[in-house]
Write a protein of this length. Structure first.
Length: 138
């Protein structure tokens, strides 16, 4: 399935339009009321997902849409296809047992797995003394 947009949207209606269309494609009925969010003012005056048809005139004739469809299909026919990839089951994540540092005996040697869990990566995000984004004391 390929879904294409036609353009001509106002920025307020792009997310609204694609949300409605995605619901249609997934055969899922979406509630018309938009949940409370910081962008709710964009959906005034009725604050609903579906755009009232009385507000927008459709200038697309059936022949124009048909011409566009034919052109898109013709363009797709010329696109070189990617080789297929065999589908296979993704293996589940392996289990890493949790351990409590307070329960560790400092006189016992740790196995490699326990040692690896104590390594702090440079690209991880930490708060406090382990925060690599800010110099100590800031």
């Amino acid at each position: 399935m390929q879904v294409t947009g036609g353009g001509g949207y106002t920025k307020e209606n792009v997310a609204r339009c694609w949300t409605v269309e995605t619901g249609v494609l997934l055969d899922t009925e979406l509630p018309n009321k938009i949940p409370e969010n910081e962008y709710l003012e964009y959906f005034a005056p009725d604050y609903s997902l579906k755009i009232p048809s009385r507000l927008i005139e459709n200038f697309n004739s059936k022949s124009y849409l048909s011409t566009i469809k034919v052109q898109v299909m013709e363009n797709m026919r010329h696109i070189q296809h990617a080789p297929s990839v065999q589908m296979q089951e993704v293996p589940p994540d392996f289990h890493i047992p949790d351990f409590d540092e307070d329960e560790q005996n400092p006189d016992e040697r740790m196995d490699q797995h326990a040692q690896d869990k104590q390594i702090q990566r440079d690209d991880e995000c930490y708060n406090g003394d382990n925060d690599n984004d800010h110099p100590a004391g800031s």
